[in-house]
Write a new protein. Structure first.
Length: 150
């Protein structure tokens, strides 16, 4: 958690001609959201995507699927409006609320080659593929769905 955005900035500095997309959950993004100032200050055209479900997603899924829905400290109800947060740093931002909008937004962001934050709203109860604690990658739970299949 919190590694995606700083590493994306580093990747973009190392490979300025390549598009770089950071993919983080809202919990991980909150740990490093101050890096939006770095992106603005150095005009680093990183595409920041936030999968916003107002939970610490992986832990929430563990509690839901493996621990009889005993939830503890996994909801992020008081999180900021990420579009307004990005705009407060002087960056472009867009909220995506419907399946099917993500691909177009990312393609446009790559074409524009400017810093942008894409706040992608996802259902907290949508179980994404995950590896249970202590399991191997071949024991992954959940199905992988492409946006076009939804």
């Amino acid at each position: 958690m919190g590694f995606g955005l700083p590493s994306a900035i580093g990747a973009k500095v190392a490979c300025p001609e390549d598009p770089v997309v950071s993919i983080s959950g809202d919990g991980g993004f909150l740990m490093v959201c101050q890096e939006l100032a770095t992106i603005k200050q150095y005009d680093t055209p990183v595409i920041v995507t936030i999968l916003e479900n107002r939970t610490l997603g992986m832990v929430y899924q563990w509690q839901n699927l493996l621990y009889n829905e005993r939830y503890c400290q996994t909801t992020l109800n008081e999180s900021p409006d990420f579009v307004k947060l990005a705009e407060s740093f002087g960056l472009n931002a867009e909220r995506i609320t419907k399946p099917g909008e993500t691909e177009e937004a990312v393609k446009k962001a790559v074409k524009d080659n400017e810093p942008i934050v894409l706040d992608i709203i996802v259902d907290k109860d949508e179980c994404l593929p995950m590896v249970p604690p202590g399991a191997g990658i071949n024991e992954m739970l959940g199905d992988y769905k492409l946006e076009k299949d939804i």
